[in-house]
Design a protein around this ligand. Structure first.
Ligand code: CMP
Length: 138
């Protein structure tokens, strides 16, 4: 079974949308193989989003993600990485398909409600950022 890394962003946690998001994820056939609520420091957020460090939006992205608690999850399913990206929808909620998580719970491209890894390689790196092996259901 393939695994991906997702987290519910601070704006969706603050708006009490976490339960609805997790419900949609389970209904779409993903197993929640690990879950934790954490608050990243600015330094940890900079490390997580290191691949975007040259982008103009990097500082805003880091500030948004470290301004409150997030709910990080390992999600297991066949084809988990691509299927989860479809469930999330486009990065900009305004452009996301109807019914996708970002359309439903995102506020803007900066506060788009949920993150999902964009490749299997990044999924493995991101899973290792948040979880150790003992915390993940096989
Ligand atoms: P996420 O899936 O967490 O991965 C990187 C994040 O950067 C993305 O969601 C958006 O929240 C944010 N992002 C991507 N493109 C832009 C952009 N053009 N302007 C502002 N934020 C962006």
């Amino acid at each position: 079974m393939e695994k991906t890394l997702a987290f519910i962003k601070p704006e969706a946690v603050c708006n009490n949308n976490s339960g609805k998001i997790i419900d949609s994820i389970e209904n779409a056939g993903f197993q929640v193989a690990a879950l934790k609520m954490v608050r990243l420091s600015v330094e940890q957020a900079q490390k997580f989003y290191e691949i975007h460090k040259e982008k103009a939006f990097f500082d805003d992205l880091v500030n948004n993600i470290s301004c409150g608690s997030i709910i990080a999850m390992v999600l297991a399913k066949e084809n988990a990485v691509d299927d989860f990206r479809k469930l999330m929808g486009a990065a900009n909620p305004a452009a996301a398909e109807e019914g996708t998580l970002r359309k439903l719970y995102g506020e803007s491209i900066e506060k788009n409600g949920i993150h999902g890894a964009d490749s299997l390689e990044n999924a493995n790196t991101e899973i290792g950022f948040f979880f150790n092996k003992l915390e993940i259901i096989e």
